[in-house]
Design a protein around this ligand. Sequence first.
Ligand SMILES: Cc1ncc(COP(=O)(O)O)c(C=O)c1O
Length: 393
Amino acid sequence: MSRFYFDHNATTPVAPEVIEAASEALRSGFGNASSIHAEGQNARQLLERARRQIASYIGVSAAEIVFTSGGTESNNLAILGLMRNMHGPGKHVITTAIEHPSVLESCRQLESEGTAVTYLPVGSNGAVVPEEVGRHIRPETVLVSVMHANNETGIVQPVAEIAAFVRQARESGQEIYFHSDGVQSLSKIPVNVITLGVDLYSMSAHKINAPKGIGALYVRKEVPVRGIRLGGRHERERRAGTENVPGAVAFGRAIELASAEPIRYKVAQLCDRFEQRVLDGTRGVQINGAPAFRLPNTSNLYFPDIDGEALVIALDLKGFAVSSGAACSSGSVEPSHVLLAMGRPRQEARQCVRFSLGRYNTEEQVDALADAVAASVRQLHTSNRKRRFEQHA
Ligand SMILES: Cc1ncc(COP(=O)(O)O)c(C=O)c1O
């Protein structure tokens, strides 16, 4: 049976070009980038080239990119690495209810250490209201962390508008920084962190056709982030540990690929086509977050009376990989905190499925997926009816 992959917000297949670049780096770039001999210097050159590729893609200088092990570590480093370096009592942080657990847990850790944290709600369209951020900034606020795009719904947050409120506070003399988790937005929509107005921006390679275990954090020059791991003075003292050179090379190559062959237009067309076919073919389906601005590849759909997990399993048996929530929380019976924050009752939040498209999807695959969704929903309705009938018999 052929398999078709529609879970790109969880992770992506590694591009052949990226495998080639990483294999070459594993063979020839094995040196320790801190060593002064030729092998070490070769590794250093590869690492710095990758750093320049990532920096130039998001419009910053190479010295402002810190390599990490992925999005989770980038978010931990941005939040804890900044806050542990900011002194004085009574600090306050603003974030939102729909962040990735790596942001939410970092904030909970800060709370346990005495920092006040405000978790802003979102509207039913999944978007943060910039004015609400502005309204909650107080003299003790030192950090605002709002994700660029949500992993579950694909809703793109008004980051530049929020940055304007942070800038306003800074211009009146306050020491305040703005972090955004860009793990899902990188390459799916254009990203220029200067235009966005953020001070810290998290990225992860495995969401853009590179391997897992490598990511990066943009840290604007003047932002006082200090490493949170103990050890050597790597990455300008911001991340201890021998650098993952093949990983960085892979990330750099994936960025190069994303820049040379952007897929967002193709993917947007495929995603629209898929949604239209599902809406036409199955009664009562709703798009979570519509009509807010969404990532071009993400479709999070509500299927009334259909258990999301059951639909994911039915589709898996037919050869399609999709997801009923964030990959990190799969296996848990808790409904998505993002959908709950958008006002979906618990029961309905369990009746949602996320479809996320990527580089290698085709029109034929999308049509086959839409047909499989319609067929699976029909089957599940039939078995629901049968079960109800048996219960009352
Ligand atoms: C929005 C967001 N932030 C952070 C992460 C964590 O990234 P990583 O898997 O590289 O640790 C993810 C992964 O799903 C994500 O979607």
